[in-house]
Structures are given as structure tokens and as C-alpha cells.
Design a binder for this molecule. Structure first.
Ligand code: ADP
Ligand code: MG
Ligand code: MG
Length: 451
């Protein structure tokens, strides 16, 4: 077993580094574009919505921009769009100067690059920038830009070869997925209904984590609803702070979800298994802020997560985190509340424990518990090594005020308000304060799952 697991590890490490078997020639064939005449049906049926086709979908956006760049009178619009997007990723200090350069370059009539249909925004953007460079300085301007692009340019785009190429990409996306699409590496972890394996798309070499739910197991424990729920919820999400569902397929024995690969271990491991339990303040702050962004994304889609705890927060190679394991998440319809004692006892909010109706508050309670545990190196209602009976845990959560030891500075309580620039964090341009040593971790997980 020892040797087998070492071989499995080194194969995985090689694959991650782009070595190993890499892309396979045979499977690369799968990525050959279909003939354009094979796309006729798709062309007839695809919804011709500008925002969906040219703003939201990355490939669609890229092709629309390439089209615009091929048209002399549209190039400026794309330069402006790029500049406006870059503006959103600037730090607070840089915004005034960068915003000014945008106005001078694109919105002033003296400039050679000015976009004539946008000149009317010069005054108001200047004012906005003066008033509050961190606000929505260019909102009206951006809306106007899209209004322009979704008119004639969007019509011409759909008649161009760039749109043909887009349809070919869409056809590729619709190819059936099966277990043969992937090469399987080693086991990453085990959960309630099955296992999570490292896998690689044969055609592209991209690495993922494949969560396989064993059908018999799911049936026995009446988990069909839960399994379907996780997939359906993941399908509707798009956040860099929640694991992404790349593919889903089924085999005779399993339901498979192919997820963002997170090789840096979970927060539980980082809190307890490396040195003194607990994390430094800068890491606590950073993880809390990223989890917060993930929760906000879920809540904006009316999804309540309900399972916040260190095990479910996973790190990637670069030290960024994502929320994972959405098996308990639930969609709230129209601001309504739900009921149900769901979650993990130590992290459940009082309103969850006491069978009351609850809403988003349950997740913010969970975030509080998480910040507490990262800071103290132990969960809020249970001492290290102590295993209270569940009624005792319930009593403590409902009636006791948690204690803040000397590891808690005053600031920790209002952590999230401190110095984190959420705009930049959301744009993915903030570097993590800590990078996990992935190679060490890979073997560590394996030992843990062996036990
Ligand atoms: P369950 O819902 O059954 O608890 P999880 O989604 O929590 O299953 O997955 C079980 C374990 O698999 C996790 O604890 C983790 O170790 C590993 N795992 C899950 N998702 C990923 C991922 N995206 N990348 C790497 N490992 C993962
Ligand atoms: Mg889990
Ligand atoms: Mg789960």
C-alpha cells in the first residue's frame, strides 16, 4: 500500500506540473472544431441575447471583442471597455489617477482616442471621481457603452465569422461527457456518499477534483434529493470563492461532479495540523474576507449555505480559498425563511438548533464560528479534546456567551472592516499572505484518509 500510494502521488504531482501523460493526441481530436454547417441548428435556436453572448460568457466576450477590434470604428469602444475593467481592479490610492487618465484619453474631445458618442459623460465622470473615487465612477458611461455595442455592432457580429467560431465552441461544449473524458489519478478525500478523486481532462490536460456519489449508497440513505440539490445549486453559481462545477456525468454506479481542483488542503488541516493550533491574524482576516465574498455571492442568488466549518473551506495552490460541499445548501424563495436542523452541531446557529424559521443569519453565525476557530485554535463552544454530549452543546450555544481569550484583539471582532479591499479581492488581484506547500500536503491527505 505504501508503494502504491507513493506511485499515485508522484503521478499526480507530475500531472499537475504538466508532465506525465499530459494531453493525449487521440483525445485532442475531440477538440477539433465541427464544420460550420453542423452548427445550423444551434444557430437557429441559441438565444440572441447581447449580455449573455457578449458579456457574461468568457469565450463569447473574447470573440465579440476580437470582432470589434477588426472594425476600425469599434476599436476605441473595446479599448475603453478594457480600461473601465482595469479601473475596477485598482487599489483605492490608484483610482483617482487611473480614472483621470481614462477621462482624458477617451472622454475628452481634445484626445485623439476620444469616443465621440461618450463625450457627454466627461463632466459627470469628473465630478464622480472628485467626489468619491471609490464609488461607481463610470457606471452611466459603462451602461451607455453597452447600449451602443448591443445595437448595430451586435447585429454585424452575428453575421461575421467570429460568431461562426463562437457557435463552433458552443458545439464543442455540448459534446457528451463520460468517464472516458478523464484520466483518473489518486484519491483526494472521502465524504458521506462517496469519494473525491483527482482527475485530468485527457484532451486539455486540465486538472480537476471529481466527486463521485455512489448510487447504491445514496439510495440506501435516501440522499437522491441531496445529491441532485448539490449539482443544481452548483450549476447556477459563478464565483472565485465557491468551487466551480466544470462537468457532471453519471456512470452505472456513480453520480459524478467534476469540480475545481483544490490542492492546498482544508482549513481544518491548516488550523490544527501545522504547529500551534490557530492562524496568524493576517491569514484569519484574508480567509474571512474571501469566505465573506463567497457567502455574499450565494446569498445574492438566494442560496443559504448552512454548512460553514473549517473542513469545508479548501485552499488552492496559491493560497486562495473556496467554499465547497454544497450538499446542505438550500434555495430560499423570495426572501422566505426555512426550517430544519441542518448542519454540523458545533457550528449551528441557535435559531437552527431550536427548530425556528431562519434565513441568511445562519451563515453569518457560521462565519463568526469560523473566525473564532481560526483565531483561537479551537471552536467556540467546546474545549480542545472535549466531547460534550449533543444536548450540552445545544445548551451552550443557546445560552452561553462564548469566551474571548487573549488571542483576540479588539480588532478581530470587526476584522472584515479592516483594510481589505473587497473590490480588488473580488477581482482576484490580491495576493494571498500564505502559499501552501502542495507537495507535502498531498502526501499528508493521503495518510489522513488511510486512517
Ligand atoms: P461530503 O459532502 O460527502 O462531505 P465533500 O464535498 O466534503 O464530501 O468531499 C469530501 C472530501 O474530499 C473533502 O473533505 C476533501 O478532502 C476532498 N475534496 C472535496 N472537494 C475537493 C476539491 N474540489 N478539491 C480537492 N479535494 C476535495
Ligand atoms: Mg464534507
Ligand atoms: Mg456534503
Amino acid at each position: 500500500m505504501e508503494i502504491e500510494s507513493m506511485v499515485a502521488n508522484s503521478a499526480l504531482i507530475k500531472a499537475r506540473e504538466g508532465g506525465g501523460k499530459g494531453r493525449s493526441w487521440k483525445w485532442k481530436e475531440m477538440l477539433r472544431f465541427p464544420q460550420i454547417n453542423q452548427c445550423v441548428d444551434l444557430a437557429m435556436n441559441i438565444e440572441r441575447d447581447y449580455h449573455s453572448l457578449c458579456v457574461k460568457q468568457p469565450i463569447g466576450k473574447k470573440l465579440f471583442q476580437l470582432f470589434c477590434q477588426s472594425q476600425p470604428d469599434l476599436q476605441k469602444f473595446i479599448c475603453l471597455q478594457d480600461a473601465l475593467e482595469a479601473f475596477e481592479t485598482k487599489s483605492d490610492e490608484e483610482r483617482r489617477e487611473f480614472g483621470m487618465s481614462i477621462i482624458q484619453r477617451f472622454l475628452s474631445s481634445q484626445s485623439g482616442q476620444c469616443v465621440s458618442t461618450m463625450l457627454m459623460h466627461e463632466e459627470s465622470c469628473l465630478q464622480n471621481l472628485e467626489l468619491d473615487p471609490c464609488g461607481d465612477v463610470f457606471q452611466d458611461c459603462t451602461e451607455d457603452l453597452h447600449k451602443h455595442l448591443q445595437g448595430e455592432p451586435f447585429v454585424l457580429y452575428q453575421e461575421s465569422m467570429f460568431f461562426d467560431r463562437f457557435l463552433q465552441w458552443k458545439m464543442l461544449e455540448r459534446q457528451p461527457i463520460s468517464k472516458h473524458t478523464f484520466r483518473q489519478y489518486r484519491l483526494l478525500g472521502k465524504g458521506g456518499f462517496g469519494e473525491v478523486w483527482a482527475c485530468q481532462v485527457r484532451a486539455t490536460g486540465m486538472m480537476y477534483a471529481c466527486k463521485k456519489l455512489d448510487k447504491t449508497h445514496v439510495k440506501k440513505r435516501r440522499g437522491e434529493g441531496m445529491a441532485l440539490n448539490e449539482k443544481q445549486i452548483l450549476e447556477g453559481l459563478d464565483s472565485r470563492f465557491v468551487v466551480n462545477l466544470a462537468y457532471a456525468y453519471e456512470t452505472k454506479h456513480a453520480l459524478c461532479m467534476v469540480l475545481t481542483m483544490m490542492s492546498g488542503g482544508d482549513l481544518r488541516f491548516h488550523i490544527y495540523n501545522i504547529g500551534v493550533p490557530g492562524l496568524d491574524r493576517d491569514r484569519v482576516q484574508f480567509y474571512a474576507a474571501e469566505v465573506c465574498c463567497g457567502l455574499i455571492h450565494l446569498h445574492e442568488k438566494s442560496i443559504l449555505y448552512r454548512d460553514l466549518k473549517p473542513e469545508n473551506i479548501l485552499l488552492d495552490d496559491n493560497g486562495h480559498i473556496r467554499i465547497s460541499d454544497l450538499g446542505l445548501a438550500v434555495r430560499l424563495s423570495d426572501g422566505s425563511l426555512v426550517r430544519g436542523r441542518v448542519g454540523t452541531l458545533g457550528y449551528m446557529a441557535p435559531e437552527v438548533i431550536s427548530h425556528k424559521h431562519y434565513g441568511l443569519s445562519a451563515d453569518w453565525w457560521g462565519l463568526g464560528c469560523l473566525i473564532y476557530e481560526m483565531t483561537a485554535g479551537q471552536p467556540p463552544f467546546r474545549a480542545r479534546g472535549e466531547h460534550p454530549k449533543s444536548y450540552e452543546m445545544e445548551r451552550r450555544i443557546q445560552t452561553e456567551q462564548e469566551e474571548y481569550g487573549d488571542k483576540f484583539s479588539k480588532e478581530v471582532k470587526d476584522l472584515c472592516a479592516l483594510k481589505i479591499n473587497f473590490r480588488m479581492l473580488e477581482a482576484g488581484v490580491v495576493e494571498a499572505p500564505f502559499k501552501p506547500d502542495v507537495s507535502i500536503f498531498i502526501s499528508a491527505v493521503h495518510e489522513a484518509t488511510e486512517l
